[in-house]
Design a protein around this ligand. Structure first.
Ligand code: ASP
Length: 458
């Protein structure tokens, strides 16, 4: 029978109304047999995630304090208890055992440092999964709670950033028997080490739990239910009429991802990509919408699928006569950036010049010494730094077949009198990057969107 792994994120399980929508979705399709849930999303009172409140309790209030959020350990403790109490009462679930055991866990005092943080962090998913399972059973679903500590979701001993160990796959295969009559519910985000101590994966890690289950069970599809209709052609906050992209390859998704795009934990794709398991991003609040399907391969029906924009970039432009003939120049330059812990993006270059694009934020407190090191070690003639740039990236596997789309992009900018600072085509030929001053970037994005995606004539 076909098998679907369905992961519901924090906003999909934040209260009884949302959990009822989840039940509806799960009931609607018999093949939705593995359900992964996150901890409840933002609470009403403090507008913080339960996971963050848990970390605040674990660190005795330091976690919020460091971010200048004034919520004490006790307030977080109360917010957590209140949240689970309300969930139980709204879903008409017996709360006595659940709340007593939650309180006991939140008073745990023997663990220290990372182990303590990991343990507290895991409690969000742990108790939410218990409540949701009880509720589903009360609504007539034959569903079994599968706790990571029981079936063996084994993580490395990096307690706050655990990596899945191969034994996990064997344990999943052994313990999840897929039949028509039973479904399984799994809390995301955490697992146990070989020593049976609780560890969590990186933040947003429930996506990873879902991805690993899909991989180990060779699922037909991994549905990732969230609060957006899917991946949009352009940022819908800039262009409200933007459409959802129905099909995307893993590679296109990665290229389109910019800081504003936070739908999905990228590492969760790795094993799905390896096994060619499609990932379907869907909206719990709009279940009829088919969302975006991410695949290993698709037919390129169009040149371009989407346009991303990355703001707050800076360009460091180096000049030196004949630098291109100096063997090892670029290697040494990149080494300097890596010594400063700065991630580099694009490197347009010619005989006497090279520019490196970086995130502006990464230069804070470093630019003076970075410039000094470059001048000293590479004996450059000039270094110019420009700030407040945006990189607009045009993405589509169809671009490979039609490199003339570049001409359309440049023409559209020309017709609207928008100048640009940099232009770069990636070696894969499926993306083009245009560097543009940040104050004209939204205008450029709209222009390119109208011309290349809406195919509007000016
Ligand atoms: N609750 C965890 C977090 O907020 C994991 C998740 O939601 O995926 O990071």
């Amino acid at each position: 029978m076909s098998r679907k792994v369905c992961k519901f994120g924090g906003s999909s399980v934040k209260d009884a109304i949302q959990i009822k929508k989840v039940l509806d979705i799960v009931k609607n399709d018999d093949s939705r047999n593995i359900i992964v849930v996150s901890a409840p999303g933002r609470d009403e009172k403090y507008d913080e995630k339960i996971t963050d409140h848990l970390l605040n309790v674990a660190t005795c209030g330091k976690y919020f304090d460091e971010q200048k959020i004034y919520i004490s350990k006790e307030q977080s403790f109360n917010a957590i208890i209140k949240k689970y109490k309300k969930l139980c009462s709204d879903l008409e679930i017996e709360d006595k055992h659940i709340l007593a055991s939650l309180e006991k866990d939140l008073n745990e005092s023997t663990l220290e440092d990372e182990k303590r943080e990991a343990y507290f962090l895991s409690r969000g998913e742990h108790y939410n999964a218990k409540i949701i399972t009880n509720y589903f059973i009360s609504q007539g679903l034959n569903i079994k709670l599968m706790l990571p500590e029981e079936f063996g979701f084994i993580l490395s001993e990096d307690f706050r950033d655990g990596k899945v160990l191969p034994k996990t796959y064997e344990n999943i295969e052994k313990n999840f028997e897929i039949t028509e009559d039973v479904k399984y519910l799994v809390p995301g985000f955490y697992g146990v080490t070989n020593e049976n101590e609780i560890a969590v994966m990186s933040r947003g890690g429930s996506d990873l739990t879902g991805g690993e289950l899909a991989y180990a069970l060779d699922a037909d599809i991994y549905e990732n239910w969230t609060d957006t209709n899917g991946v949009y052609e352009v940022d819908p906050r800039v262009i409200s009429s933007a459409n959802v992209i129905p099909r995307l390859t893993f590679k296109e998704l990665r290229l389109l991802s910019s800081k504003g795009f936070n739908v999905f934990h990228f590492d969760a794709m790795l094993n799905c990509k390896k096994s060619k398991i499609p990932i379907n991003i869907r909206n719990t609040n709009n279940k009829e919408h088919e969302g975006t399907i991410i695949l290993s391969e698709r037919v390129p029906m169009e040149d371009l699928v989407g346009i991303a924009k990355l703001d707050n970039m800076a360009s460091i432009h180096l000049q030196k006569d004949m630098l291109a003939d100096e063997i090892g120049f670029t290697a040494e330059l990149l080494k300097i950036f890596s010594e400063f812990g700065i991630n580099t993006y694009h490197y347009p270059t010619d005989k006497d010049d090279i520019a490196i694009l970086v995130e502006q934020e990464d230069l804070k407190g470093k630019i003076n010494n970075l410039r000094r090191s470059i001048e000293k070690r590479l004996k450059t003639d000039n270094i110019f730094v420009s700030y407040n740039l945006s990189i607009i990236t045009l993405v589509g596997i169809g671009l490979k077949e039609n490199t003339f789309a570049i001409v359309d992009a440049i023409n559209a900018l020309k017709e609207n009198n928008i100048s640009f600072e940099m232009f770069d085509m990636s070696p894969s030929k499926i993306s083009l990057h245009i560097g543009i001053s940040q104050n004209t970037a939204n205008n450029a994005l709209q222009t390119l969107y109208k011309k290349l995606l809406q195919k509007e004539e000016f």
